[in-house]
Unconditional design. Structure first.
Length: 170
């Protein structure tokens, strides 16, 4: 049986990883990133929100460290906040966390990430699969697929029209 090297929170926070890694209970966990399709969709979503910052009253960030518990840090693809963050590391729940599926992502790993976000208090976790053009909305009340391709929130009401986003990528 292989032994694991555990890293302290302090060591994780003072180390730069390229790309940045999640930190889960002492382990450094690499994320599936780096492919054009993933990056393209991620960029288009951030541009969508950033171009509507004043209208929607939101702020969008890419690959931002979020401390979801004392011993867990996640790096979502996109975070959307309703106010400017006070710190370099987010320690209060974003309003929306968006995860874009990579071809190597596994459902069990994604579910653990979703659970971390929801348990931390993130009201909306959106998961998008570019290859199938499908998306899911996860909340404490449950999960559902967005059949019309529009991801929505309440209080405040925000919409991300995926057909428009996907069309911009073609």
């Amino acid at each position: 049986m292989a032994s694991r090297t555990l890293v302290s929170v302090e060591e994780y926070l003072r180390t730069s990883y390229r790309p940045d890694c999640d930190y889960v209970d002492g382990e450094i966990v690499e994320r599936n990133v780096g492919e054009l399709d993933h990056s393209d969709l991620q960029s288009e979503i951030v541009v969508y929100f950033r171009s509507r910052t004043k209208k929607l009253g939101v702020f969008a960030y890419v690959e931002q460290r979020v401390q979801v518990s004392p011993t867990r840090f996640r790096i979502p693809d996109v975070c959307v906040l309703t106010s400017k963050p006070p710190d370099q590391i987010f320690r209060t729940p974003p309003f929306i966390v968006i995860e874009i599926l990579s071809k190597d992502d596994r459902i069990s790993q994604m579910q653990e990430r979703i659970d971390d976000y929801l348990n931390f208090g993130v009201p909306y976790v959106w998961m998008i699969d570019r290859r199938t053009r499908r998306a899911w909305i996860h909340t404490k009340a449950g999960s559902q697929e967005s059949k019309d391709g529009i991801l929505r929130t309440e209080n405040p009401a925000i919409e991300l029209p995926l057909p428009e986003i996907f069309d911009a990528l073609e």
